[in-house]
Write a protein that binds this ligand. Structure first.
Ligand code: AMP
Length: 431
């Protein structure tokens, strides 16, 4: 199948060919036609499947078909959970709309709001936003969502994980009831289905990869190792393998920083990316990782969510995630576009339950290896660490059963909005 047969305008086809894409990805083949027909779409797709173009291309096509008004009201809203994802989606919107008369902007927290507000004042057709900053600017009267025609909820599962449900509900109340809705999610929990039911009307359901299955091209392996030997093992694997681009996941911000320091002291260029890092530091780390000047990017789940790093050869779980679905997200960073990837996990005794849960979710037993000199501790407890030391580094799950993102929360640059009971995070910290 070619892009020509999807019904997209010449201006979009030109932009697509400039990007070098020749064939639409499966999610694009499935999602673009119903979106062009004006239907609501519920899509199961994770980062790396080409989902962004899957909703952006038809969205731009539809908006460009309507005559533009002198004053451009915001007609499409794309809501994303993280700053990085917002910036990436915006970059895509800009590229694909290069030959169209459409204007766009991106807004997220953690940076000065003035340039964002100024850009919106100039008149934009498409707004890419994280929920906190969006609600902030709206409440200050700096933007209006009353003319939204197309509403996109990207990475809806992560939105809920991060506690954005109430914010999404507030946004929904601000946009017209007659609109087209597009919802993308990598996983489909009961909560996601409920959210979809509340937002979408008679949606067409499309799927890129079956739910909760891991990409076949990925070699997955478990290294059983004593907790205290993990740093040594990861440094050995990266150095001896001479790996050039490795994404490493830790469970906590503190853990990410600590590991990053150890890497650097072993002469492996590394940077940490998590919620406590400034936007500038995160952008710099990501750029360094993409251009090859940084070999290892150590990230927490929330910070890494949605990062567009094509053809990543190695992903290492320094610690297993306590939410099994996060394992699928993490390893989905490798083995893209048919390239072979490797996903390794360093597992200590206290992570035995997490491993069991993951294997249950992905319905396969992962091969285990033990490296000489880095053996597991036979006397270590198999009780998960957070149960061993309540109030310690790892916090318990929050009320919704999901990860408490306070561990990956971000510094608040201002705290205008009241704190909520049961939700200890402010939106600014999350965005
Ligand atoms: P996404 O899942 O939207 O994050 O996209 C993952 C990567 O695939 C991005 O680097 C896109 O630029 C790229 N991509 C999207 N669509 C295509 C396509 N049809 N052919 C080749 N690459 C694509």
């Amino acid at each position: 199948m070619s892009f020509n047969s999807l019904g997209l305008s010449q201006a979009l086809l030109k932009a697509i060919s400039k990007k070098g894409y020749t064939t639409p990805s499966p999610i694009q083949q499935k999602a673009i036609p119903p979106i062009l027909e004006g239907k609501d779409v519920l899509a199961s797709a994770q980062t790396g499947t080409g989902k962004t173009a899957g909703f952006t291309l038809p969205l731009l096509h539809l908006l460009s078909e309507n005559p533009k008004e002198k004053y451009r009201p915001i007609r499409a809203l794309i809501l994303t959970p993280t700053r990085e994802l917002a910036a990436q989606v915006y970059a895509n919107v800009k590229e694909y709309s290069e030959f169209l008369n459409l204007q766009s902007a991106v807004i997220f927290g953690g940076v000065n709001q003035k340039p964002q507000a100024a850009r919106i004042r100039q008149g934009i057709d498409i707004l890419v936003a994280t929920p906190g900053r969006l609600l902030d600017l709206e409440s200050q009267g700096l933007l209006s969502l009353k003319r939204i025609e197309i509403f996109v909820l990207d990475e809806a599962d992560r939105m809920l994980d991060m506690g954005f449900l109430r914010d999404i509900e507030r946004v929904i109340k601000m946009i017209p009831t007659r609109r087209q809705n597009l919802m993308f999610s990598a996983t489909f929990s009961k909560d996601i289905k409920k959210l979809a039911h509340g937002i979408l009307q008679h949606p067409v359901q499309v799927e890129a990869t079956p739910e909760n299955t891991t990409v076949e091209a990925i070699n997955q392996k478990i290294y059983r190792v004593a907790k205290g030997l993990k740093s040594g093992l990861i440094i050995k694997l990266i150095s001896e393998g001479n790996w050039k681009q490795v994404l490493v996941f830790t469970r906590t911000k503190h853990g990410a920083n600590k590991l990053c320091k150890k890497m650097i002291s072993s002469n492996i260029s590394a940077a940490a990316i998590h919620g406590n890092k400034s936007q500038g530091a995160r952008t710099k780390a990501l750029a360094g990782f993409k251009n090859g000047s940084i070999r290892v990017l150590v990230a927490t789940d929330i910070a890494a969510r949605g990062l567009d790093i094509p053809l990543l050869p190695h992903v290492i779980n320094f610690e297993l995630p306590n939410i099994s679905e996060d394992y699928v997200h993490r390893i989905g960073r490798t083995g893209r576009a048919g390239a072979k990837g490797e996903a390794l996990s360093l597992v200590s005794a206290d992570e035995t339950t997490y491993l069991r849960d993951i294997e249950k979710l992905i319905e396969m037993k992962l091969p285990v290896e033990i490296i000489e000199g880095f053996e597991p501790d036979p006397n270590a407890s198999t009780v998960p660490e957070k149960k061993q030391q309540r109030g310690g580094g790892n916090r318990p799950k929050n009320h919704s059963g999901s990860r408490n993102s306070k561990k990956d929360g971000q510094k608040s640059n201002h705290s205008r909005r009241p704190k909520r009971r049961n939700d200890r995070r402010s939106n600014d910290r999350r965005n």
